[in-house]
Ligand binder design. Sequence first.
Ligand code: C5P
Length: 231
Amino acid sequence: MKREVIIACDFASAEATYAFLDQFTEEKPFVKIGMELFYAEGPAIVRALKARGHKIFLDLKLHDIPNTVKKAMAVLSRLDVDMCNLHAAGTKEMMSAAIEGLTRPDGTRPILLAVTQLTSTSEERMHDDLLISGSIQDCVRHYAKCAQEAGLDGVVCSPLEAGLVKEACGKAFFTVTPGIRFADGVVGDQVRITTPERAKEIGSDFIVVGRPITAADDPVAAYRRCVKEFE
Ligand code: C5P
């Protein structure tokens, strides 16, 4: 599978999303729909962006009892998204149930990824709040292996952790990485960041890029720069 840039469409409404995407007249970027846009607009926004020809990563990070996740995944599968995700912390049993729910009668299914540790969680918070000992890297490695054993296709992780995931789970196991910034760009609230070029070197298969593209003066040029550096 070829490396791809995914644009995080972190907008509050369908109108704002269309206004942004209408600027792309020559390409159909792979887009990520997160909680904000999905909760505001519902499944209709997924169908609309699919109809416009975009591939879709539906980033809803499911985490519930196995039966509930299985049934929810069946609904997302019928929405025909290309990629979706859940929290590895939900256990292997939950992840296996998710795969079952996601698999269509013809055997096909969207790519399923596990969120390991959110990049906003520091090691201190992981120890003190979550009561998980060891390093973040140990936890990411372990969660990635559990996800692989449950049959998932890859993980969402920091680009700085993509290498250790590949080492633990093999080259074919996807790493999808947010926290991307241009070398000369604004960092904002992201902490563990890297450039598209460096993410490629470390082993990301997909980079998820939000503000460096959505807040750029020329989003199309920023997207093309990302593609040029990464793909
Ligand atoms: O604007 P920015 O490039 O920081 O956007 C990154 C996107 O990736 C956002 O939609 C954010 O919610 C998401 N994300 C993240 N870190 C994670 C998981 C998801 O930044 N660990």
